[in-house]
Design a protein around this ligand. Sequence first.
Ligand SMILES: Cc1cc2nc3c(=O)[nH]c(=O)nc-3n(C[C@H](O)[C@H](O)[C@H](O)COP(=O)(O)OP(=O)(O)OC[C@H]3O[C@@H](n4cnc5c(N)ncnc54)[C@H](O)[C@@H]3O)c2cc1C
Length: 293
Amino acid sequence: MKEWLTDYTTFRLGGSCRELATVADAKAAAEVIRGWNAARIPWRVMGGGSNLLVADAGIPEAVLRISSELPDCRLEGDAVCASAGTALDALSRFAAEEGLEGLEFGSGIPGTVGGGVCGNAGAFGLQLGDVLERVEVLTREGEKKILPRAALEFAYRQSSLQQTGDVVVRAWFRVRAGDRAALKAKREETLAARREKHPDWRVQPTAGSFFKNLPAEAEGGRRQSAGIFLEKAGAKAMREGGAYVFEKHANIVIAGPGATARDVAKLAARMAGAVKERFGLVLEPEVRFWGQV
Ligand SMILES: Cc1cc2nc3c(=O)[nH]c(=O)nc-3n(C[C@H](O)[C@H](O)[C@H](O)COP(=O)(O)OP(=O)(O)OC[C@H]3O[C@@H](n4cnc5c(N)ncnc54)[C@H](O)[C@@H]3O)c2cc1C
């Protein structure tokens, strides 16, 4: 049965998909994949839908949504093991509450562990690929495989999963013993800083930073903020239909009332065009487009 992806993305945009199956564990995911493969139904995978722009006309594929209401995390030796459907923020909270250091940077990042590993999500100069030890994936055929970190070829907001299409079902992250009170305080500080700088996607639908930051000017330096170039190019005053740029951050697009995915895509193209014209720099979307947007 067709389902509207509007209900499952933080942009709250997009048309329908052929069918949607929400699963929380590896066994259920493998069953769905094998069933769709046997019936020759093309499919995609999603987690929290917090990095997706889905076309207004929808997509022809079925969608496997790996997401769970309750976190599934546990300590195994010196690693925390989490299911792919666990919210990334819940994983960070679990680590802080258990006095385990290493996952504080994930506090407040929307989406799931699976989506975060696929896109190498991060903040404050740290990303999941820095702390990941290994993952359990299902291949496109539904076969289980364990991959070490090196196989994922992590780079800025990139992993090899974006090419292979392997589906993350579980991940292990290296942690070390830390001070519980200090970790909890750090988490609260991070959440407060994010509340100050980012929109609440439940109130202002968005997918966070629309474009990737630019490569550092010098080797080994920090990446250059796309938001700064966008601001200087006048992006904050831009609007297309119901889509507009967040007043506190020129790299964040909000889908306001009546916005369509097309509005968001047109606005993003104008934003990138302005940076190209003013600075000669090419911005690459961090948000992933599904269908003909
Ligand atoms: C307000 C806001 C703030 C944000 N801040 C940050 C930030 O600070 N840092 C940051 O990095 N991102 C940030 N984001 C973007 C987003 O939260 C991350 O990219 C997040 O990791 C996406 O996870 P998801 O589960 O929502 O993935 P989805 O959006 O559902 O999917 C994204 C991609 O991952 C793939 N995928 C999803 N699940 C799996 C899986 N189990 N196995 C394999 N592939 C999978 C999908 O096919 C798709 O290609 C922000 C977003 C919002 C709305």
